[in-house]
Write a protein that binds this ligand. Sequence first.
Ligand SMILES: [Zn+2]
Length: 488
Amino acid sequence: MFEESGRRDAAQRRLPLDPCLEHVDDAAARALAVLPPGPGLWAALAAVPELTGPDDERSSDAVLLEVVAAAERLAAGAATLGARALAALDARWRAEAAALAAQDPVAAAQGRVRPWTDSEVGARLRLTDADASALVWQAGQLAGPRSAVLAALGDGLVDLPRAAALVDRLAVLPADVAAAVEGRVLPGAGLLTVQTLRRRIDAEAVRVDAAGAAERAEARRAERAVHRWAEPEATACTTVRGPADAVETIFQAIDARARSMRRDAVASGGRDDATLAAWRFDALHQIALDVLEGAHGPVARTAASRPVAHVTVAATTLLGLDDSPGLLRGHGTVPAATARRIAQDATWRRLLTDPVTGVAVGTEEQRYRPSALLAELVAHRHATCSAPGCGQPGWRADADHVTPWPQGPTSAANLHPLCRYHHLVKHSARGMTAAVSATGGTTWTTRTGHTYERDPDAVDQRAALRSPLAAPPPAALPPPAEPPATAA
Ligand SMILES: [Zn+2]
């Protein structure tokens, strides 16, 4: 009864009119702007001629702009459904894991009893475990301490980027401070840009709890870090995160060096066609090279301190006979010219590849532990851990028997690299099971019965393009126009 009247209210509910529409006279635009996400809004959109197909009628510009805003509200409303379902699934699997852990304390102590929600949802949404884990965490926050943000999201008063900003920024604060800050910034959060919203949250956190803010800033210093990751087109990115004043010092130093490098280049008659940002990169690169050359004091000449690059490149490409792309360890595919440049002053190895598929091949060994050669071959067959969506580099992973030895052989086809985390997932209660797939890759089956294929990675990209593995799956092909001719 209560439920039903609640639904009726929802059908008639109107949002407060966004202040930006105060001086808009268009009644249709104003009517659309106050509809919360739900069937009423969908029905109103179905009456917009531009959305329903060829029609002589035209909506006003203001209505079309409100349709764009309405679509954002619908997406926000839909996001609450996903977050609620995910939080429910995670809670269910957590309870299940807790019960299992009580039954088997040894397995629990070894980390083999966990809910594995991130692996399951990551596989389904084709996300890395890190991204999936962030999504599961966000859903838990929205369903738990940030229920007010979830309600605002459901009403379309904030969208997902703003809800995420609120969840992320408030999570670092003590519960009482977070609740107080949320109360101050949530009303009207939808009227701010995401960046302004973040600044507002930070400012309110200091206002609400000045002493605590100072303590937290001090603790945050411990989280200072420099990270790097691969980006497309043979580039990579690095971030420098730490106390704001230190980052500013670093930036000012690089900037000053960049400006003087540019001045010197121009003074000596060179052209200045690079941006200041590009000069800053060159300045930072030069500083790094100086450090490695010992200009700032001796550095240990270990493998770790030398710019060692492992590049896989066809011998024919190295000789300049063709331009097959190479594979840079820790990064991925790079153009032939890049692979040749790296190979000139770095450690490189040539790999035997299957001339048809471009996949690294090898022989079977009559023992459990693969030889170093076979282990390396396995790492090159798979650029990354072979669990669905995992991006951990293959060379850093364990070589796992897909079908356990001795039922399965110690061979390149039955070994796949698994990072420590997914190794644990595979050998756990309620984890995932793996089998060798028809294409020599790995077929994963999760607890819900969903299956995911990971093919081996082609080392020789040129061969891979000719390979039957590169053909689109049969489902993607159009049906034959006529019965196939009789086979010869
Ligand atoms: Zn993994």
